[in-house]
Design a binder for this molecule. Structure first.
Ligand SMILES: [Zn+2]
Length: 209
């Protein structure tokens, strides 16, 4: 699985474009904003977007999802349904973050632990990792050793848990029991900041010591 990160919005949220080399089919993970920039990138790389994947319902991760889904006529997939309240509260989130008004929406498909999504010839496994938000999911390409981790784990940090229905212990438990066992060699693309590996974080991340 190939990837390219596009930082979007005032929050420098990492919108990840991932694609299958053989089919050029792509998925957009967490298009939080800057729809035109995302469209240009896909055009330049001659990729065919087939779906939008959402890790969770925070505005900086979903802000451009509806516009891009309509533009390419593709479905919005994820997060897990316990994040429905975040998607319903998008107008409030827009005011809270000082960003353009974003209308509430329901994805075409909610995701559950153990389900998978297909991007070209690559299968991504879905893991439910609550704590930063209750319905947060991550996507894992087993053979490619690539994880898209949203706001669960960062290079040197973990997601905030001071939002409604956040839970720090639940977040740390999800990282310890679901993510670290995937293997030290796994590279992850976080929702903010530089990429890292699970091995690097297992040893040096201050929240996991
Ligand atoms: Zn978030």
């Amino acid at each position: 699985m190939n990837y390219h990160i596009i930082p979007v919005t005032a929050f420098a949220q990492n919108c990840s474009v991932i694609w299958c080399e053989s089919t050029r089919e792509a998925a957009l993970v967490d298009p939080g904003g800057d729809a035109d920039l995302i469209k240009e990138t896909l055009e330049q790389r001659q990729l065919k977007p087939s779906q939008i994947l959402l890790t969770h319902g925070h505005l900086d991760h979903v802000g451009a999802a509806v516009e891009l889904a309509a533009f390419w006529q593709i479905p919005i997939v994820g997060p897990q349904k316990r994040d429905a309240f975040w998607l319903e509260a998008l107008p409030t989130q827009s005011r809270m973050f000082g960003l353009d008004e974003c209308a509430p929406f329901t994805p075409d498909r909610w995701l559950e632990e153990g389900e998978s999504v297909q991007v070209g010839l690559t299968t991504l496994e879905v893991l439910h990792c609550p704590g930063h938000s209750p319905g947060h999911v991550v996507f894992f390409d087993w053979p490619g050793r690539l994880l898209i981790s949203g706001d669960v784990i960062f290079n040197g940090g973990v997601g905030r848990t001071d939002f409604p229905q956040g839970d720090h212990q639940q977040l740390i438990d999800a990282i310890r029991t679901k993510l670290l066992p995937l293997g030290d060699d796994v590279t992850f693309l976080p929702g903010h900041g530089p990429i890292s590996t699970l091995g690097h974080e297992r040893i040096s991340n201050p929240f996991l010591q």
